[in-house]
Design a binder for this molecule. Structure first.
Ligand code: TRP
Length: 337
């Protein structure tokens, strides 16, 4: 029997997870947990890189995110959950990798660049934020991850990771570290309910997995459609129409969605009707998730015990990679002489 390939993913705990996370990665993780050795890292150190002024937001979200994971069907028997701040090998690796990454390379990372602009950091850019791709390279390599399921905004991180891997391996003259490949989901970027490019908690356009039935309905009813589709009998546009983007992403009957789209484009199908269909679909999908989530939140000690157990396993794995890296650099002084 050959060992299952390793996958590593992670999330910044800065609030509850939402539908963007669900289609972007959670659904895929649930599917993959049977066939891979899957690690999920709760990246609280990375979350602190832009929340240094507000650590409570991060620490309070760890439990929420754990509840979200279990609620969507991730199984602690199959998936190892671990907490970044309890894995000392990660910041150690980060410090070493930092020496093979230039500031100008970091400044060119398109995702980091966009985030810096969006957050308006200017001269108050935290050093930790600019360098978080290096710490993410440590996350990925510390598990010898072969696959990293991510949204397309994370591709620049994997590119930087692989650059570090290649640099280190060529320096060492052998393959100490493992290169990784992205696994993209069908919908890797869900637009916000308001029509903006990405669903994000900080943009205030997110539908949380924990959303109540009323909150879901409210979001759907105020959703961006085709602003020029004024009368039911007029033809409507489906490009950029968030209701249809969501039906594509979530409706179990895609033939039916194709019919709806054709009808909408022809004219004669109103926005209200489409929104009601989407609302029913999301309510059906999120109801059992919400119930499991509430149940999980009743026993925080149990959630933490699961995280602790996974973190202990992860500490061993990541510690071994750190030891290999140090040895390859000749930093194994105390066992060498
Ligand atoms: N950067 C990811 C995010 O913003 C979180 C993350 C941290 C991650 N470490 C990772 C993702 C390692 C994949 C692999 O959501």
């Amino acid at each position: 029997m050959s060992a299952k390939p390793v996958i590593l993913t992670g999330d910044r705990p800065t609030g509850r997870l939402h539908l963007g996370h669900y289609v972007g990665s959670l659904m895929q993780r649930v599917q993959m947990q049977d066939d891979y050795r899957q690690y999920i890292l709760i990246a609280d150190l990375q979350a602190l890189t832009d929340n240094g002024h507000n650590p409570d937001k991060v620490t309070q979200s760890v439990l929420e995110v754990m509840a979200d994971y279990l609620a969507v069907g991730l199984d602690p028997e199959k998936t190892t959950f671990c907490l970044q701040s309890e894995l000392p090998a990660l910041p150690e690796l980060t410090m070493y990798y930092m020496n093979w990454v230039t500031i100008s390379r970091l400044e060119r990372n398109p995702t980091v660049k966009a985030e810096i602009k969006q957050k308006g950091f200017e001269r108050s850019l935290p050093a930790g934020f600019l360098t978080y791709p290096v710490s993410q390279a440590a996350d990925i390599t510390a598990f010898r991850a072969e696959y990293v399921p991510v949204g397309d905004d994370q591709l620049p991180m994997l590119e930087q990771t692989n650059e570090i891997v290649r640099k280190f391996n060529s320096l060492a003259g052998r393959d100490v570290l493992t290169e990784c490949k992205p696994v993209l989901s069908k919908v890797s970027r869900l637009p916000g309910a308001d029509g903006s490019a990405k669903m994000s908690k900080s943009l205030g356009n997110a539908i949380q997995l924990a959303a109540s039935a009323d909150e879901i309905k409210q979001s759907v009813m105020s959703m961006y459609t085709d602003p020029e589709h004024l009368r039911v009998e007029d033809p409507g546009k489906i490009e950029g129409n968030v209701v249809f983007t969501y039906l594509d992403a979530f409706h179990p009957d895609q033939d039916y969605v194709a019919e709806l789209k054709a009808h909408y484009q022809r004219g004669g199908l109103g926005d209200m009707k489409c929104k009601r269909i989407l609302n029913d679909c999301l309510q059906t999908m999120l109801e059992p998730i919400r119930a499991r989530r509430e149940e999980a939140m009743q026993d925080p000690a149990h959630l933490m015990a699961i995280l602790k157990q996974g973190t202990e396993k992860a500490r061993e794995v990541s510690g071994n990679v750190l030891a290999d890296v140090k040895k390859a650099m000749g930093l194994d002084y105390f066992s060498k002489f």
